[in-house]
Design a protein around this ligand. Structure first.
Ligand SMILES: Nc1nc2c(ncn2[C@@H]2O[C@H](COP(=O)(O)OP(=O)(O)OP(=O)(O)O)[C@@H](O)[C@H]2O)c(=O)[nH]1
Ligand SMILES: [Zn+2]
Length: 337
């Protein structure tokens, strides 16, 4: 908002980002000065597998301390452990602290579900795995993943698999204006570019069944033994694993496999959450009427983002790309994935 506009301010103009799950929790917790730091790498029926000091060789099984109540603790969470953290068989540590999250990959059961679940915490990247053929790529799915990553504070990486079957050119053109990191892979070649992209970082991988995500993870993580399924019809495959799990990369960092997650409800995300991820647009969006959905005419005829194109600050293609993402959020009734 420019200075001259101050007199137009009303309370609804005061923009407070709705931190939601990312807000620091203020619940009173006992101090545990002796707690040791660890990262959650797996969750199974009330037991959390944690890597002490992020070391994949020092795994400890833990339970959630009573004082944490029902605080969700998910893969990627940075926790503090007390009790027996030796990792010996039949020992159990206790999670007494959960650090504020730097990013969250959330989902809801569908767009109308008011309950959102964090599925991965603190991932720096979201790798959106999409096959170029068999099954055919779905831009609706890619767009929804992009929205979820922008809103959750993750950097999206588009990974186009099965390049031996089809050319990536059409998809690359469709996403060119978004400045995405794109890597193209095929199973008969080492995924070097992706490997380099993931090194030392925590990255969540998401993709429809059959796109080759398990094949990729097996290439990236020796010994991961992710079951490779058989594609049977468009987007259908065999599901062998359903647990989200962080797998250690030989280069350092973690690949978080999210086998059960193939869709996102985006009900909790506002248009401003998405625009905030576009540094060249967010300032202008502050000039928009309050409640602007930034879609442009006819939905938002007074949206100021068109001004960026008029003045040459952004290309029409880039604004169109942003608006396509915004409408993938707005199109609540259409939920193809
Ligand atoms: N032609 C070709 N086939 C591939 C490639 N990558 C994977 N496939 C095949 O695609 C099928 C599905 O691969 P998966 O790795 O199981 O796919 P996924 O995404 O893990 O699927 P789910 O295990 O069902 O979640 C398998 O038959 C693979 O052999 C590739 O780059 N090219
Ligand atoms: Zn607007």
């Amino acid at each position: 908002m420019s200075r001259g506009d101050w007199h137009k301010l009303d309370e609804s103009d005061v923009r407070v980002r709705p931190g939601k799950g990312t807000r620091p929790r203020s619940k009173r917790r006992p101090e545990h000065a002796d707690a040791v730091p660890a990262m959650v790498v797996g969750v199974d029926r009330g037991r959390w597998t944690c890597a002490l000091d992020d070391d994949p060789k020092r795994l400890v099984t833990a339970m959630r301390a009573r004082e944490l109540g029902r605080t969700p603790v998910v893969v990627g969470d940075r926790v503090g452990l007390v009790g027996d953290a030796s990792g010996q068989p039949d020992t159990l540590a206790r999670i007494v602290k959960v650090a504020d999250r730097a990013s969250v990959l959330r989902r809801t059961a569908d767009d109308t579900d008011p309950f959102e679940r964090v599925v991965v915490a603190n991932a720096e990247q979201l790798v959106i795995v999409t096959a170029l053929a068999d099954p055919l790529p779905r831009t609706g799915f890619i767009d929804r993943c992009l929205v979820a990553s922008y809103a959750g504070g993750l950097t999206p990486v588009l990974c186009l698999t099965k390049a031996d079957l089809a050319s990536p050119d059409e998809l690359l053109a469709a996403y060119a204006e978004l400045d995405l990191v794109v890597v193209v892979t095929r199973s008969d070649e080492d995924p070097k570019a992706l490997r380099e992209r993931l090194a030392t970082k925590v990255s969540a991988l998401i993709g429809h069944s059959g796109v080759g995500k398990s094949t990729l993870i097996n290439q990236l993580v020796p010994g991961a033994n992710r079951a490779v399924g058989v594609v049977s019809g468009v987007g259908k495959g065999r599901h062998t694993s359903t647990q989200t799990v962080a797998l250690p990369l030989p280069e350092g960092g973690w690949a978080v496999d999210t086998p059960g997650i193939r869709s996102f409800g985006l009900a909790h995300i506002t248009p401003d959450d998405i625009v905030a991820a576009f540094p060249d647009m967010r300032e202008m969006a502050e000039e928009c009427p309050s409640g602007c959905g930034h879609l442009g005419a006819p939905e938002d005829p007074d949206c100021m983002l068109d001004e960026l194109v008029t003045t040459g600050a952004a290309t029409a293609g880039r604004l169109d790309s942003l608006r396509r993402l915004l409408s993938s959020r707005a199109g609540l009734e259409e939920h193809p994935d």
